[in-house]
Design a protein around this ligand. Structure first.
Ligand code: GLU
Length: 498
């Protein structure tokens, strides 16, 4: 009776099966990614199945969001609700008749039965069992009702659910990540698999779909581990083969607690909005549990499709380290061709009201992004890093202009010198600006008796005067972008403060 997938040597077909009850979380998208990579690596198919049988909690907007964010990440499925396929429909709410047939068959074969116990009765039994120190489980009150009683109760419209007769036995399976897993099913009691013929619950729908969609491997989060023995028992009772299971490690916060909203963002859409690049998020997520076994840390989706292997996924929880994500994101940002990066930054600058149509040329904008990108961790950082280029007049305290223990007079002298050097400069190009100012800084130090190598005495006041900020690109970069007129104007404004 027990069929094993290996005997059948099925083609690889895997699925990501989210319930559309909220936004797509990083945990979910990692599951999708690992399924996708497993399919790619094994020339298999990756299926998106929407598990929306819980009508109250499921919403179309979440299905739309899941699809949008997965597409953004580049995790593309071969079959799914939006593109169809040979095994559809791919939304469980459109498959209710299929589950109904199996439920009816199950009832006829007496592998499942109607249970009429009320919530109150069940609760008081649970309490009673616990007071005797027993683990609560269904006591089987309705397991052997006569067909007449069942018919009568149903005809009277008595509230009921459908329970699966769980055998008292040990369930064993080999998980690709966790190895041998054994579970004592006698602890379970008969489980509820449907609220009615038209309303199947999670386990039943999953088992039927995994079978009908010919899923070869079920790769999902560790939180589903306790569900697997239940689903294996259902597969046996239905005469289905068993897929091979792989349960991915939990994702943990730095303090090893379960990843949660409280400690930061968990929705993929939040990372998307803040300007994390899909390449960076994919690279980051794959390392949450998968260990390539080398020092290599940077992987594209295409490389991963070749290099990923489920055997190298660890059992231990994977720490979600936001600094690592920021680091990777910074790298991917800097790798982008400047035209593309500029396009990606534009919406953030527009939203902040900095970039107004027609005011800054595309070339100028690219120059601004180029000098700002070294310090970007995410695209939204561009606002803070580049606002100085868009403001007419920076506002800052005059003390910002001082380097080390300089007095107002010294700062003024420094700025006047900068003004002279830059006014005399023949060609306004960054190379010339830099050369002239560096040599000016040397002379200024000599004249004032400042340490020779410390160029800050000239360059800090200038940089502060131009940017109005504690940190910014170099004064050469800013001056080159500003142009002569605006640069000299900022210097004059600073001098007036002293
Ligand atoms: N629908 C389930 C969830 O969103 C996943 C089911 C499964 O992967 O077996 O958690």
């Amino acid at each position: 009776m027990k069929k094993d997938i290996k005997e059948k040597s099925m083609p690889v077909r895997v699925r990501f099966a989210p319930s559309p009850t909220g936004p797509l979380h990083v945990g979910g998208s990692r599951t999708a990614l690992f399924n996708y990579l497993f399919a790619k690596k094994n020339n298999g198919k990756f299926i998106l199945r929407i598990e929306d049988t819980d009508v109250k909690r499921s919403e179309q907007k979440w299905t739309d969001e899941i699809i949008e964010q997965l597409k953004w990440l580049g995790v593309q499925w071969d079959e799914g609700p939006d593109i169809g396929g040979d095994f559809g429909p791919y939304k469980q709410s459109q498959r209710l008749n299929i589950y109904k047939n199996y439920l009816e068959k199950f009832l006829v074969e007496d592998k499942a039965y109607y249970c009429f116990c009320s919530e109150e009765e069940l609760e008081s039994k649970r309490q009673e069992q616990m007071s005797r120190g027993l683990a609560p489980k269904y006591d089987g009150s309705c397991a052997h009702l006569s067909p007449e009683v069942v018919q009568k109760n149903l005809a009277e419209g008595k509230q009921s659910v459908i329970r699966f007769r769980v055998q008292n036995k040990k369930v064993k399976f080999t998980d690709l990540i966790r190895g041998e897993v054994e579970f004592d099913a006698s602890l379970l009691g008969d489980i509820v698999i449907a609220k009615s013929l038209d309303n199947p619950l999670f386990h039943f729908a999953v088992v039927v779909d995994d079978f009908l969609m010919q899923i070869s491997h079920v790769i999902r989060g560790e939180e589903h581990l306790p569900n697997t023995p239940r689903q294996i028992l259902l597969q046996e009772a239905l005469g289905f083969y068993h897929p091979i299971y792989a349960h991915l490690p939990l994702m943990l916060n730095a303090d090893r607690s379960k990843l949660s909203k409280r400690q930061g963002d968990v929705a993929v859409a939040d990372y998307h909005r803040q300007g994390y690049l899909p390449e960076a998020l994919v690279n980051f997520m794959v390392l949450l549990g998968w260990n390539p076994g080398t020092e290599k840390e940077l992987f594209t989706l295409a490389q991963l499709s070749k290099e990923f292997s489920i055997e190298k996924v660890q059992k231990a929880g994977a720490i979600f380290n936001i600094q690592r994500l920021e680091f990777l994101n910074g790298l991917y940002i800097r790798e982008k061709p400047i035209e593309k990066l500029t396009k990606l930054c534009e919406p953030y600058l527009k939203e902040a009201g900095l970039l107004v149509a027609g005011q800054v040329s595309q070339n100028k904008l690219q120059e601004i992004i180029e000098v700002s990108k070294t310090r970007m961790k995410k695209l939204s950082d561009i606002v803070e890093l580049s606002d100085l280029f868009f403001h007419d007049k920076p506002s800052y305290e005059k003390d910002l202009l001082k380097w080390s223990d300089m007095q107002d007079e010294d700062v003024k002298e420094a700025l006047l010198l900068c003004d002279r050097i830059l006014s005399d400069l023949k060609t306004w190009e960054i190379k010339n600006i830099e050369e002239a100012l560096i040599s000016g800084a040397g002379e200024f130090n000599k004249e004032k008796g400042y340490p020779e190598k410390n160029k800050g005495f000239l360059l800090w006041p200038l940089r502060a005067a131009l940017s109005g900020k504690k940190t910014s690109p170099s004064p050469f970069e800013i001056a080159a972008i500003f142009g002569r007129e605006k640069t000299l104007k900022r210097i004059q404004e600073a001098i007036k403060l002293l």
